[in-house]
Design a protein around this ligand. Structure first.
Ligand code: C5P
Length: 305
């Protein structure tokens, strides 16, 4: 027997390191990145509908994301149905809390959650490696949203290797109203680097050392993002917020992924609250979120029968 509905919770990510190598012939860049899943979650519920009704999608908490076949979660449900040879008669409900177009892989998270939820709804028992392969065809960040934790990503970012990390890290995120387009930020990065020879990136040893010892100060000093100059070029206002965060006591700060969300690391929860209040009182930031990491990837949290 199949459940009537399944709900999956899926985290946002930040990149503790985002090393962007040369542009490949397929239009992607070779990456060396360190993904870190943080405690800001979307929830995706899938519900069986009458045979022949096909797919439908509803967004809760955000009306700017398309609730149609162009939504990555819709494509994920379709892809899994095709691969498993089942009919995708299913209604998807996405409760959105991850900032949209924020550099935190919210769209990828929803796709990963839809894969896990439909797999449970249809009782497919798809092996993790197979789900991960399907995930990679949907987007470079989708496999990590399945995986969670802290992991090194190579290739387009879809090839993952766990990082041994100690303890819990505390983050303050400065969220923008206006999103940034990921392809536009990569394009700006290429434009800014047009006259330079781009070397293949390597994993930062000081970041690995900081993660292994759980030392927020070492991690703060080691945060790097090769897309940061491009994001700041498209959104110069972010530079003042980064500076304000560091003046207000952050141990480090950077643009998250392709931005425009900024991530600041602090020593503990109390300092996270202080920094959140401090950033809001500068008047430069519209909204802040506090989060902790690492947290697990997409997981079923409810099934109803
Ligand atoms: O894989 P995904 O669809 O999420 O990527 C979105 C866009 O980001 C790509 O179309 C490409 O412009 C850029 N990208 C890239 N190199 C990567 C990952 C993404 O250039 N490794």
């Amino acid at each position: 027997m199949q459940p009537k509905s399944v709900t999956v919770r899926v985290p946002a990510k930040i990149n503790l390191q985002l090393g962007v190598g040369p542009l490949r012939s397929d239009g992607y860049h070779e990456l060396v990145t360190v993904f870190h899943a943080v405690s800001i979650y979307d929830e995706v519920t899938v519900e069986t509908t009458a045979a022949g009704t096909g797919l439908s999608l509803e967004m809760i908490g955000d009306t700017t994301v398309a609730a149609d076949a162009s939504n990555l979660a819709w494509r994920a449900a379709e892809l899994l149905a095709e691969a498993a040879g089942v009919d995708a008669d299913v209604h998807l409900r996405i409760h959105k809390r991850i900032p949209v177009a924020g550099g935190m892989a919210g769209g990828s998270a929803d796709a990963a959650a839809a894969l896990v939820a439909c797999d449970a709804l249809w009782r497919l028992g798809t092996p993790r490696e197979d789900l991960s392969r399907l995930a990679a065809t949907l987007g470079s960040d989708v496999p990590f949203a399945l995986h969670g934790g802290t992991a090194i990503g190579t290739g387009r970012g879809e090839q993952l290797m766990d990082v041994l990390a100690r303890g819990t890290l505390h983050w303050v995120l400065a969220v923008s109203d206006q999103g940034l387009s990921t392809p536009a930020v990569y394009g700006e990065c290429d434009r800014l680097r047009a006259d330079t020879i781009v070397a293949d990136p390597e994993v930062s040893e000081s970041l690995m050392h900081g993660l292994r010892s759980g030392d927020a100060r070492t991690i703060g000093l080691a945060l790097t993002n090769d897309l940061q100059d491009a994001a700041l070029s498209l959104r110069p206002d972010l530079a003042r917020i980064l500076q304000a965060g560091e003046e207000l006591g952050a141990l480090g700060g950077l643009v998250s992924g392709s931005g425009p969300t900024l991530a600041f690391i602090v020593a503990d929860e109390e300092r996270a609250l202080d920094l959140a209040v401090g950033l809001m009182s500068t008047g430069l930031v519209r909204s802040v979120k506090r989060a902790q990491g690492p947290v697990p990837g997409a997981r079923v949290i409810n099934e109803s029968w």
